[in-house]
Design a protein around this ligand. Structure first.
Ligand SMILES: Cc1cc2nc3c(=O)[nH]c(=O)nc-3n(C[C@H](O)[C@H](O)[C@H](O)COP(=O)(O)OP(=O)(O)OC[C@H]3O[C@@H](n4cnc5c(N)ncnc54)[C@H](O)[C@@H]3O)c2cc1C
Length: 469
């Protein structure tokens, strides 16, 4: 793994937990990045953390928000979504990384800091990386390499993979400060002409404020002017919420780009190295973490000889379309926020208010934000549940629910007890579901690999054999 951001940390932890030798290199000096970038963790990511026994640790560091005000009076309510986590967890990115880092520490994986990858070549048997560290520059070999090295990815450049797209926002101000009179709905966002503001609470009493005034573009190196942030808040949300002096401020710019390929031979791209977009919708880190969850079990299955290397092709065929959809969705939200003319803005606010007052639309937007919409492509004739997220299915006995049964990176067969022998022979965990659903074979990342209404033991055996379990 090249790059110890959230994507690399999750991937390395999964591989180590599966018993696969893993090396994580990071060019930064030791310790976590103090950049407070991502602040929203969505339901599907919390489910992935639950399937690793990490959800409660992360939730303990964050503030759950069940509804957010989007453009004037339009409110998205996620409290009825079909998940054990019907909220957005507001938590600084360094806390999410700390939970993943603590897991690596428990597994005995040591990140090699101040170690930069500067060259790459591959052959049929593996990948040779040129690595620069305190001992100088030398070559190291690995069976597979994953570039989790962010939007300026060296691995992507060394592979010669294009990253087409363009810059969409520049010099946006970020501030973490205390608000003496915070917004009622906890997350508030609105625009006014050239101005955009977003406010969300952290658990420790501070708020994250994102403020952007397009009429006053400034260099990214200029310090944030707190009076300018106040002016943007007043213009867009009607108040500066009694904002005090910030503990941290910064400026950022964002591009919308997607790598042309997520895999070249034995080298993969994941996270921001594969896709990047503006923070609108809070999707970047969440998407990277789910890339990692998709790839880790496949790499482990191939490296342990349980699956053919062809399984690795499904990483790109499953995750590339998700990346495209996320960039489009985030872009639509950003473009809506950028509408400047007052009549068009009023129309947008009215249309959003009207649309979101309809429960079905509200739910659809909630599903899109939370990642619960994701379904992977399936072969023709597959059961209708195949490719969908299984959800936290209740189970008879202990463990009492699917996300607990998935811990340890195993497939889980959900079936009546008389079909469990087929699973046991293949070394797959089995449990009796109590939701009345069909027989399902659930992948370690929580997606349904195969389902059937009343299969025979032979059919179950065949399905397990074909799945990479
Ligand atoms: C203001 C802002 C707000 C955001 N809000 C959200 C949000 O609410 N929700 C959300 O999901 N996302 C959000 N994001 C996006 C999120 O921060 C990124 O998507 C996330 O950090 C990507 O994680 P990553 O692990 O893929 O890459 P990174 O976090 O960029 O990590 C890559 C790592 O690779 C290392 N590296 C690079 N090159 C090399 C090399 N050659 N050798 C060794 N190491 C190398 C880097 O030092 C770095 O540590 C936001 C971003 C910004 C800027």
């Amino acid at each position: 793994m090249v790059g110890a951001g959230p994507t690399g940390l999750l991937l390395a932890g999964d591989l180590a937990e599966a018993g696969v030798p893993v090396t994580l290199v990071e060019r930064r000096h030791a310790g976590l990045s103090n950049l407070s970038r991502a602040l929203v963790v969505h339901a599907t990511t919390l489910e992935a953390f639950d399937a690793r026994g990490l959800a409660q640790e992360l939730i303990g560091k964050g503030a759950p928000v069940r509804a957010l005000r989007l453009f004037d009076t339009a409110v998205v309510d996620v409290s009825e979504l079909p998940t054990p986590y019907p909220y957005l967890l507001v938590v600084p990115q360094y806390e999410t990384e700390a939970v993943l880092q603590a897991r690596l520490d428990r597994l005995g994986v040591r990140t090699r800091y101040e170690t930069e990858v500067v060259g790459l070549r591959q052959d049929a048997g593996g990948v040779a990386l040129t690595v620069r560290d305190a001992d100088g520059t030398h070559e190291e070999r690995a069976a597979y390499v994953v570039g989790t090295d962010g939007h300026k990815s060296s691995i992507r450049r060394l592979l010669g993979v294009e990253f087409p797209g363009h810059t969409v926002v520049a010099s946006v101000m970020l501030v973490d400060a205390v608000l003496s009179d915070p917004p009622e709905l906890r997350i508030a966002t609105n625009t006014d002409g050239d101005k955009f503001a977003f406010v969300a609470p952290f658990k420790d009493g501070y708020h994250r404020i994102i403020a952007w005034d397009q009429s006053h573009p400034k260099a990214e190196t200029e310090p944030v002017d707190i009076e300018e942030v106040r002016a943007v808040l007043r213009a867009t949300l009607g108040t500066d919420f009694g904002m005090g002096e910030p503990r941290w401020s910064s400026r950022f710019h964002s591009d919308e780009r997607q790598a042309e390929h997520y895999r070249v031979g034995r080298v993969f791209l994941a996270g921001d190295a594969a896709h990047t977009h503006s923070p609108a919708g809070g999707q970047g880190m969440n998407t990277g973490l789910l890339d990692a969850a998709n790839l880790s079990w496949k790499l482990a299955a191939v490296l342990r000889g349980r699956a053919d290397a062809a399984l690795l092709d499904t990483y790109e065929s499953e995750r590339y379309p998700v990346g495209t959809a996320v960039i489009k969705g985030s872009g639509r939200l950003l473009r809506a926020a950028q509408i400047k003319a007052t009549p068009a803005r009023r129309l947008r606010n009215l249309a959003m208010h009207f649309a979101l007052s309809r429960p079905l639309v509200n739910r659809r937007i909630g599903l899109a934000l939370s990642g619960l919409w994701i379904k992977y492509p399936v072969p023709a004739g597959a059961h209708e549940l195949t490719g969908h997220q299984a959800g936290d299915v209740p189970l008879d006995g202990s463990p009492a629910r699917l996300f607990e049964a998935l811990r340890g990176g195993s497939f889980v067969l959900l079936a009546p007890a008389d079909l469990h022998e087929a699973a046991a022979k293949a070394g797959v965990r089995a449990a009796v579901p109590t939701d009345g659903g069909p027989v399902r074979l659930v992948r370690p990342d929580g997606y349904i690999a195969w389902a059937a209404d009343a299969p025979s033991a032979e059919e179950v055996t065949l399905a397990i054999g074909a799945s990479g379990a």
